[in-house]
Write a protein that binds this ligand. Sequence first.
Ligand code: UD1
Length: 367
Amino acid sequence: MKIINVVGARPNFMKMAPLIEAMNRYPERIVHLLVHTGQHYDRRMSQAFFDDLGMPVPDIDLGIGSGSHAEQTGKIMIAFEKVCEERQPDLVVVVGDVNSTMACTITAKKLGIKVAHVEAGLRSRDMTMPEEINRLCTDVLCDYLFTTDRLADRNLEREGVLPERIFFVGNVMIDTLLKHRALSARLGLLEQYGLQPGSYATLTLHRPSNVDDPAILQGILEALTEIARELPIVFPIHPRTRKMAEQFGLSRYFTSGPQVKGIWVTEPLGYLEFLHLNMHAKLVLTDSGGLQEETTVLGIPCITLRHNTERPITCEVGTNILVGNDPAAIFAAARSVLAGQAVSGRVPELWDGRAAERIVAVLLNHL
Ligand code: UD1
């Protein structure tokens, strides 16, 4: 069986790493190639994750880079079509919901190649999110839909996906987290930063709906500055957010080091470093999808600066609460965590470190 595995952007890497590892256990049955679209390309957004996760160097790097949605999607499709024609895979495996996921799915399907989507069926019902469009287009086309929870199965069934295409297997990102947890715990980052466990919050912020509008971004930064008077915030900044904050003249909200109470901006961190910071944090503030799941497994309170989530399981059983981007709501949620009123969660079904193994077993049975 010849498989092309596709990655493109930062959140794809931790999902693909355990799949490659599981495929490597069947060298006599599976030949696989790794294609990186190059949607993310900065060392800290890409190569650092390959290093941390022990991923192989991509066999093919399409080197697409940044651009408008149509530009990026179109360039990926043109380049990936050539790869599929040359390599003639039996299956393309895509993960997550980024532009690379959708672009490679459409391309492969039009060439009559089967496609498997890992992390299928998640829905925010928010069509202003580019990822929601990517998720819908990808799932409607895919032959194998691997889901992280039963709610996702139901979403797919309601959209008319045949039940025999849906496989509830658990969460590959959690495979990676559980594998690296002990190693990450041993890093000396807190000592290096002069931070005590439980005495700081971490923050990620990169959604266009939060960072592309100056008034919204300023409101969020004001609320976070208030919170940071009590609990310093470590903020590994996404390149999009850095660019926007500079453009809007909002960099004054950032402090220069972890010792000052405020929002301390660092460069984007590697996988192990950021996991280390999150596992010892009092609180995580985020608009990322993946962090809502990671904090659920780590048992750390998560305040999500979004009005909706495609991962409602993290609110139903996990530690996640949605607060949107209203400054008063963000501040009130953080205050309640600091006052000891955090929700205590549990780990969702099958988020047990064996999802990739289950996926490969399904593929071996069906192909
Ligand atoms: C993308 C994904 C989003 C995911 C996020 C994780 C889509 C539509 N969006 O958003 O779902 O949550 O990745 O990070 O696929 N940039 C750099 N260096 C890089 C990459 C990006 O400087 O290596 C800057 C560029 O200015 C670029 C901007 O960030 O224009 C946005 O990058 P892009 O890949 O378009 O979207 P993200 O916001 O990263």
